[in-house]
Design a protein around this ligand. Structure first.
Ligand SMILES: NC(=O)c1ccc[n+]([C@@H]2O[C@H](COP(=O)([O-])OP(=O)(O)OC[C@H]3O[C@@H](n4cnc5c(N)ncnc54)[C@H](O)[C@@H]3O)[C@@H](O)[C@H]2O)c1
Length: 216
């Protein structure tokens, strides 16, 4: 029973992949039923936080029984849209772009890498696994002809906004941005940033101040 999740806070949504990861581990161990208290022990959120989070989506637990791990895992996957398949392209076929192209688990989760794009003539025409690196001049045409949902930006930060503008013009739906810059995108484009250096500098702070990390 899934309620509309339009009003769910981003804080809750950002916890869902973690729930799903722990539930997958439980399934791998053959555990099919878990109480919010037991889940709390392994995941680190309080039991009431867990109940509150999952109630947002209609609640999957039953008093005295707890949660059915497989059902909850599947439902969270659906809420996250992981029952869909997404066509993706990677723009910037350098170190990071190639690493992402080589990481087959994204593909297994339904994020299909259809092509890569670069401006470097030495890269154009090469393949990473079976994914061809194409000339960045052809991005817009390719997106329109191949029903691409997500553009993954792996260029340097100086070119990232130009690339984003091209993606937006071609009616891309989502952008996964790895360049360390804040992109300007219209509201209808879903944008998710991965700023690795910010995470590293947070670790630096934690080391310097010897503070334990807290989940918010
Ligand atoms: N490699 C990492 O682990 C890492 C870590 C943190 C952040 N990042 C960020 O990710 C991005 C990529 O890093 P990298 O190490 O892969 O860099 P890289 O220099 O190896 O690759 C960048 C690629 O983007 C291409 N490019 C530049 N402008 C382009 C355009 N307009 N269209 C298409 N391709 C274009 C370049 O030719 C190059 O091949 C950078 O913004 C970097 O700051 C990378």
């Amino acid at each position: 029973m899934q309620k509309s999740n339009t009003k769910i806070s981003m804080a809750v949504i950002r916890r869902l992949p973690k729930y799903r990861r722990y539930l997958e581990e439980l399934l791998d161990k053959g555990i099919n039923r878990i109480s919010s208290r037991e889940l709390s022990k392994i995941i680190g959120f309080t039991a009431s936080q867990i109940r509150q989070d999952l109630n947002n989506f209609g609640g999957f637990g039953q008093q005295g029984y707890g949660y059915n791990v497989a059902a909850l895992y599947e439902e969270i996957g659906k809420i996250l849209g992981l029952d869909n398949v997404y066509n993706t392209i990677i723009i910037g076929a350098g170190n990071l772009g190639q690493a992402i192209a080589n990481y087959t688990n994204f593909e297994k989760a339904g994020f299909i890498p259809k092509a890569m794009f670069d401006i470097n003539p030495r890269l154009i025409g090469l393949k990473i696994r079976d994914i061809e690196i194409m000339d960045a001049d052809n991005i817009e045409e390719y997106i329109k002809e191949n029903n691409i949902d997500i553009g993954i930006i792996c260029t340097d930060k100086e070119h990232a906004q130009d690339v984003a503008d091209k993606l937006i013009k071609s009616n891309i739906k989502g952008i996964w941005n790895f360049a360390p810059t804040d992109l300007n995108v219209p509201e209808h484009i879903m944008l998710e940033n991965v700023h690795l250096s910010e995470s590293l500098y947070t670790l630096s702070f934690l080391l310097k101040h010897n503070r334990e990390q807290e989940d918010v």
